[in-house]
Design a protein around this ligand. Structure first.
Ligand code: ATP
Length: 248
């Protein structure tokens, strides 16, 4: 069965192809010749320490950061120079680091902001319903302003807002950072469910153990370079990964 599954996943279509990406902040090179891919329906994680370049990669994929060299293809289309709102419209959505919400807008208004590039009113209303099913707490608090939510609720809101764009590829940046363990559990359960429902996800995480426990494949990044890649299973049992990222 495992071989069959592997064969099927090899045949799966690539949704994202990144080749030889270089990103600089002035003189400092934060991303060095990075290449990776994500196939349709996959949950792929990029793990690495603080400052390794994970956020920079996601921001570059969204078009929020310029790359000096390299190419980004989304569904066979070259998007390396495409503006962020166009990337959003063609199906890339990001859950930013640090639970950035609109503090003075209500939960419902925050969610609607996620749908700003969409024009299908019925689809939007439908997706809002689905998100309230996924996060009942957001429904309860739909009229409450964002800044009054707890950290965990704000995290759910950023995920819900990203989903309102109806993404084909969801980028998630350090969703576990600064949350209580029980909320981290809940958040990872939601990610796993979304993946099982067929959503393609690229998750960057410092929490390697948690990320690899739900991912199909992973890449390890150290000071801007990808140094290892493989199935989540293989990475979890890799001695170097164990030593550096899983606490020995
Ligand atoms: P973290 O988990 O802490 O967010 P990260 O793996 O996401 O880390 P990045 O935030 O991508 O890492 O940072 C990569 C490198 O680029 C670091 O050395 C960081 O100091 C540097 N860097 C990030 N943002 C900027 C910026 N706006 N200006 C200058 N240097 C930056």
């Amino acid at each position: 069965i495992r071989r069959l599954l592997r064969l099927t996943s090899e045949r799966r279509k690539k949704i994202l192809q990144v080749d030889n990406l270089d990103v600089f902040y002035d003189q400092l090179q934060a991303v060095k010749n990075v290449s990776f891919e994500v196939k349709k329906g996959e949950l792929v994680t990029i793990i690495g320490a603080n400052g390794a370049g994970k956020t920079t990669i996601l921001r570059t994929l969204m078009g929020l950061q310029k790359c000096a060299r390299g190419s980004i293809k989304f569904m066979d289309q070259e998007i390396t120079l495409t503006l962020p709102f166009v990337r959003a419209r063609i199906g890339i959505s990001i859950v930013p680091e640090g639970r950035r919400i609109f503090p003075d807008l209500t939960v419902e208004q925050n969610l609607m902001m996620g749908a700003y590039t969409r024009v299908d009113r019925n689809g939007i209303a439908n997706d809002l319903k689905k998100i309230f099913q996924l996060f009942p707490v957001l429904k309860e608090r739909r009229k409450q302003v964002g800044k009054t939510l707890s950290g965990g609720e704000q995290q759910m809101l950023t995920i819900g807002r990203a989903l309102m764009a109806k993404p084909k590829l969801l980028l998630m940046d350090e969703v576990s950072m600064g949350l209580m363990p029980i909320i981290v559990e809940e958040t990872f359960k939601v990610i796993k469910d979304l993946h099982q429902q067929g959503l393609t996800i690229l998750l960057v995480e410092q929490n390697a153990r948690k990320a690899l426990s739900i991912a199909d494949r992973g890449y390890v990044i150290e000071t801007g370079k990808i140094v290892l890649s493989g199935t989540a299973e293989a990475l979890l049992s890799n001695p170097a990964v164990k030593k550096a990222y899983l606490g020995g």
